[in-house]
Structures are given as C-alpha cells and as structure tokens.
Design a protein around this ligand. Structure first.
Ligand SMILES: CC(C)(COP(=O)(O)OP(=O)(O)OC[C@H]1O[C@@H](n2cnc3c(N)ncnc32)[C@H](O)[C@@H]1O)[C@@H](O)C(=O)NCCC(=O)NCCS
Ligand SMILES: Nc1ncnc2c1ncn2[C@@H]1O[C@H](COP(=O)(O)OP(=O)(O)OP(=O)(O)O)[C@@H](O)[C@H]1O
Length: 291
C-alpha cells in the first residue's frame, strides 16, 4: 500500500492529530472541553486542546518511524516510551503546563506503533491486539511517579489507562467502534454517531479521571445515566438528547470529566480514519490498474 517509511509515518501522524482535533470539536460533550465550553476543566480552553493536538504531530511521526516494519520487542517498547514521554513534555510546553492529552498520547502512540510495525495491513482487531502486546512489555526506564490515575487505581481497584491498553483495548474494539458503526448504519447524523460512541464508553469505562475528581459515586452515576441514554435509543432521540443534558449537569456537579472515554473516542476515530484511508488507497490503486 504505502511504500515509504516517511510518507507512511506522516500519514499516520496526520490521522492521529486529526482524531484529537475532531474529538475536541465534537459538541456537546458532558464535562469535557468542546467548542461551546470547557466543561469541568477551568484550566483548559478549546484553543489549548487544538494547540496541544497540533504540537503532537512530531511525536506520532517519531513513533511511526521507529516502529516501521519493526518486530514486536522490549527494545521497541522502550524506544516509543521515550518518544511518548518527550511528547508529554512537548504537550506541557504547548499548553503552559496543562495536561490536555496524556492518556491520548499513550493510546494513540501504541496504536500508531502497532500499525507501523505491519504497514501492509492488519484488521482493526489485530491492530489493537498488537498494541496491547506492546503495552505489556515493561518500560525499564520509567521512573515511577505518583499520578492521579495510580491513586484512583489503588483506591478503587480499577485498571485505568495502562490496563485498558494491556488488555488490547477492549473498550475500543467491543464498545466504541461497534457503537459508531451501528449508529451510522441507523442513518444518524455523524455528530450524533460520535456522541453515541462517547456515551457508550462512559457507560462502561472505569475512568480514573472521573474517579480521582468525583469518586465512586460520580463514576456510578455517570455509568447509569449513560446507559439510560443508550437504552432510550441514543442522543438522536428526544429523550436521549434530554438525558445528555442531565449527564452534563451531573459531570459539572461532581466537577468531573470523562477524560479516559474522550481519549478512547479519539482512538476509535483514529482507527476509523485509518480504515477509511486504506479503502480509499485501494480504490485509487484499482482505478490506476484499470486505466
Ligand atoms: C499509562 C499512562 C497514561 C499513565 O497512566 P496513569 O494512570 O498513571 O496516569 P494519569 O492519571 O496521569 O493519566 C491517565 C490518563 O488516561 C486516561 N484514562 C483514564 N482512565 C482510563 C481508562 N479506564 N481507559 C483508558 N484511558 C483512561 C485519562 O484521560 C488520563 O489522561 C502514560 O502516561 C504512561 O505511562 N506513559 C509513559 C510513556 C509511554 O510508555 N508511552 C508509550 C507509548 S506512547
Ligand atoms: N475534550 C477533552 N476535554 C478534557 N479532557 C480531555 C478531552 N479529551 C481528552 N481528555 C483527557 O482528560 C485528561 C484531563 O483530565 P484531568 O484534568 O482530570 O486530568 P489531570 O491533569 O490528571 O487532573 P487534574 O486537572 O484534576 O489535576 C487529559 O489528560 C486528556 O487525556
């Protein structure tokens, strides 16, 4: 398909940045930064999110180049971990010290690496599975630091961003992408399909962002309200839309936000864009062959 390492890496990096931008642009999102407001994030704006996304292009390109046709190995895991950590630093530089995309760098970085290892083609399931295998290698250069995610994991016994990746991104493959595709098949407008995917994630992810700010009560309220939205037919229905407003109020009441679900939505969009770009490429190649 794509032959050149540089061209392919740039393509993946552009898709990763596009997925972060389109996640930020998706409006309305409960508790999260969107085009209308900053949700529960008094330290971020829509502009900060876009600046952060754009600053991450070299990170994703670097991860893709390092992984291109590379075997799955401890060495690769440690190389992309170093690039990912530099990416976190660049994100903080671009945002004046605000954590806008830490979880997203982690998830998208692993998925970019997985695709670049096998650029000639894998199914989306296989891409997520290989990303999980990579995440299971330990990073021996990591200096352990206490994070909000670790505190929430210790206190509530949940898996968090690391566990999600190490299990091969089950919420991406079994929740977000199926909801996105099912909603599209129902003929719902694209924005509503994406919000439905976010809501499906919120109904199921043990989001350490929600736990660390709002505790177990905030997480269980979020999950049950999100499940109610899905049961009412999703946000394209009158009742579903009304409940989405209640979910936003609930997030604000707890001053919480589903940052983990937002990261996983960006990852789902990334895989979806990649799949579409593959299909377009194949069609273009077929047209050239038939010419
Ligand atoms: C694993 C990471 C995300 C740290 O996780 P930890 O839970 O300790 O930290 P922290 O609370 O700071 O961030 C968690 C992030 O994950 C997201 N998140 C929260 N819960 C979940 C969940 N259940 N599923 C997925 N993502 C989640 C949040 O949005 C948040 O941004 C990561 O920063 C890391 O270890 N990076 C090291 C660099 C690396 O190895 N990179 C490799 C590929 S780029
Ligand atoms: N549109 C979005 N709006 C807000 N957060 C998002 C959005 N998309 C993704 N996120 C994720 O949410 C995380 C931010 O959540 P939060 O502010 O709770 O994290 P924190 O920096 O660990 O905690 P705190 O700010 O409470 O000290 C980001 O790291 C990012 O990965």
């Amino acid at each position: 398909m794509f032959l050149e390492k540089q061209e392919f890496s740039l393509h993946l990096a552009n898709l990763a940045v596009k997925s972060l931008i389109e996640e930020a642009e998706l409006t309305p999102k409960p508790g999260l930064v969107d085009k209308d407001n900053s949700g529960s994030h008094s330290d971020m704006t829509f502009k900060t999110m876009i600046q952060s996304a754009e600053a991450l292009e070299p990170t994703f390109r670097g991860i893709a180049e390092a992984s291109f046709k590379h075997d799955l190995s401890q060495e690769l895991r440690e190389e992309i971990a170093a690039i990912g950590r530099r990416g976190e630093f660049e994100m903080l530089e671009a945002t004046g010290g605000i954590n806008t995309h830490k979880g997203a760098i982690w998830a998208l970085g692993l998925l970019v690496s997985s695709i670049a290892m096998n650029p000639d083609g894998s199914s989306l399931n296989k891409i997520a599975f290989t990303a999980g295998e990579l995440a299971r290698f330990s990073d021996r250069n990591l200096t352990e630091q206490m994070t909000n995610g670790k505190r929430a994991k210790d206190r509530y016994g949940v898996n968090g961003a690391k566990g999600e990746a190490q299990q091969g991104f089950p919420h991406l493959i079994k929740v977000a992408l199926p909801e996105l595709f099912t909603s599209r098949n129902r003929g719902i407008e694209e924005n509503h399909c994406r919000i439905n995917a976010l809501v499906a994630l919120m109904a199921s992810v043990d989001d350490t962002c929600i736990l660390h700010r709002g505790g177990a009560e905030a997480l269980s309220c979020t999950k049950s309200l999100a499940a109610e939205i899905l049961a009412s037919g999703g946000v394209s229905t009158k009742q579903g839309w009304k409940l989405l407003g209640r979910l936003d109020q609930s997030m604000r009441k707890y001053n919480a936000s589903p940052g983990g679900s937002a990261d996983l939505l960006a990852a789902a969009l990334f895989l979806d864009f990649f799949q579409q770009s593959r299909t377009q490429m194949t069609q273009k190649q077929q047209l050239l062959l038939n010419y």
